[in-house]
Design a protein around this ligand. Structure first.
Ligand SMILES: NC(=O)c1ccc[n+]([C@@H]2O[C@H](COP(=O)([O-])OP(=O)(O)OC[C@H]3O[C@@H](n4cnc5c(N)ncnc54)[C@H](O)[C@@H]3O)[C@@H](O)[C@H]2O)c1
Length: 251
């Protein structure tokens, strides 16, 4: 699918993987609407072709308004779900039992937020004209290798990302009649602000655990894969690991 002249929404578009993807799509000629929380947008750099839209992915009205804005700029054909939160907490620890509201919060943002954007973007994409192959657009979600190799303390996060993995195939099947593909990227450890609090020593240990290339992934590598997915019309209903062959140990 061609990127030039289309509109795209990218959630979490003010930082990390979403920021890199918004820049890459804009660089390829898309009009990008980068949805993020107001605090993150305040800190984001201005990028040609990227319009920042304050929106919480869990809020139907705010996401609908952002999707409408994108669709009125150009035909909306691409939605990339990068908004997410990471948390850690054991089910049972010295601090007590896992907080249920924390579990709900992670599911709400990472899974329900992803579904909310997917459904509203798909509704707008489905109303555009199809190309010569009957294709209207593509939705890209972000899971994590924690969906498969969840570590100690990742019960909530892994549950949310496992939900995104499980969503991928039925969403692709549901949306096939509308000419919309759905593909999920499951990143390994990518060097983004999500890892900001991690010491250099721990960062080096993380890199050491990656078979090859022996380093953390780059946000630009995620963005490159996202653009390849948009370009590759036969890729659908699949979850792609982007992790240098990393398989996480229990801790
Ligand atoms: N960095 C990694 O190693 C890694 C690995 C696997 C998966 N992921 C996933 O990739 C995605 C992007 O992560 P990142 O590393 O770029 O992190 P990041 O913290 O740099 O970016 C996440 C963005 O999401 C935004 N966000 C959070 N809650 C939101 C909400 N309710 N509504 C709208 N925006 C919201 C944040 O403000 C932030 O700008 C996340 O889903 C994360 O779980 C990251």
């Amino acid at each position: 699918m061609q990127v030039s002249g289309i509109a795209a929404v990218v959630t979490g578009g003010a930082s990390g993987l979403g920021g890199a993807t918004a820049r890459a799509l804009a660089g390829a000629g898309a009009q990008v609407f980068a949805l993020d929380l107001p605090g993150a947008i305040e800190k984001a750099d201005a990028v040609d072709g990227v319009t920042y839209v304050p929106a919480d992915v869990t809020n139907p009205e705010q996401v609908q308004a952002a999707v409408d804005a994108a669709g009125s700029a150009a035909p909306l054909r691409v939605a990339v779900n990068c908004a997410g939160v990471g948390t850690a907490g054991r089910i049972l620890s010295k601090k007590g039992v896992h907080d249920l509201d924390l579990y709900r919060k992670v599911i709400e943002v990472n899974l329900i937020g992803t579904f909310n954007v997917l459904r509203l973007a798909a509704d707008a994409i489905a109303k555009t004209d199809a190309d010569e192959n009957g294709q209207r657009g593509v939705v890209i979600n972000t899971a994590s290798i924690a969906a498969f190799d969840g570590q100690i303390g990742q019960a909530a996060y892994s549950s949310s990302k496992g939900g995104v993995v499980g969503l991928t195939l039925p969403a692709a099947r549901d949306l096939a009649t509308s000419g919309i593909r759905v593909v999920t990227i499951a990143p390994g450890i990518i060097d983004t602000p999500m890892l900001a609090g991690v010491s250099d020593e721990f960062r080096a240990a993380l890199a050491e655990g990656v078979p090859f290339p022996k380093r953390l992934g780059l946000p630009a590598e995620y963005a490159k894969l996202a653009l390849s997915i948009v370009d590759q019309d036969y890729l659908n209903g699949e979850v792609i690991r982007l992790d240098g062959a990393l398989r996480m140990a229990p801790r």
